[in-house]
Design a protein around this ligand. Sequence first.
Ligand code: AN7
Length: 350
Amino acid sequence: MMYKGVIETYRKYLPVTENTPIITFFEGNTPLIFSRHLSDETKCQVYLKFEGANPTGSFKDRGMTLAISKAVEAKKKAVICASTGNTSASAAAYAAQAGLDCIVIIPEGKIALGKLAQALMHGAKVFEVAGNFDQALDLVRKLGEKYPVEIVNSINPYRIEGQKTGAFEICDQLQAVPDYHLIPVGNAGNITAYWKGYKEYYDRKQISKLPKMTGFQAKGAAPIVLGHIVEKPETIATAIRIGNPASWKQAEAAAADSGGSISIVTDEEIIAAYNLIASKTGVFCEPASAASVAGLLKRVKEGKIADGSLIVCILTGHGLKDPDTAVKNCTTKTVKLPCKLEAVVRELGY
Ligand code: AN7
């Protein structure tokens, strides 16, 4: 049977009816990839859930299919979001299919080029503001209160509902429940959504245990770990450059209720993991996504994860979103040569 996207696949767990028009690019059903290298290195069984394989290249599509479908059902004409990039790319694509106007507010100069290209190509009105994501989200909240625009950030509950399907999928693919679910944390919608999904599967007797929700923030943008708002968040992982997450409390609850944690990884650890995943497992994710693997390596080193544990790391977005960061921070470099056979042969040492 043809795969029909997350709403059709998990319809009975989602707030849709026969009257809901389904706006979809057949998102979800993303690969769960066993990493031999990371498994050997950690003495665990490590799987990478590659959300970069979604139609717009990030996990945001799971929530966006539902948020946009519900906006159409409610006869909305325009949607709006603040974004570090991926939400805007996804919103713009789904809005284009639905025929809705899409307004995007992004922090000037802090969006990976691929994401900006997506929002522009899909015809969104893109406003670059001299502020960070948190300030952009403040603007969006105010606009949503006063004007006829539907907010499609993860403060829209349909976003969380759609994204919880990631948890269902992992359990269905593994035919088991991970001991540890590792995930980058930015605005904290995704950790909230996954925890909701696992709990619902548990309540509906699809699974018989729950994973420890283990989140990671970048060192310069770690408000939840620090316990206070970060006014000027900074990290190379621009997707999670967020100082005042909207789902802060829910993320804390997910970690606490599951016996998990939220902790810090540095930009250096993120970049090392980013290179490692691409070169040793062959999966190219974006820097923010690599926070989950950086976190795994750190927690294992600290002795916090027992040998043999079943691990799922969420790789939230595709590496091609941000080629600038890749080329600049890659451990492999190009070698410039004259266009001559001898030169290539000499360089190869044959
Ligand atoms: C690749 O696009 O917030 O903790 O505006 O793009 O659910 O926010 C992106 C977040 C992780 C963090 N990995 O997820 C946005 C935005 C990638 C991301 C996160 C984001 P949340």
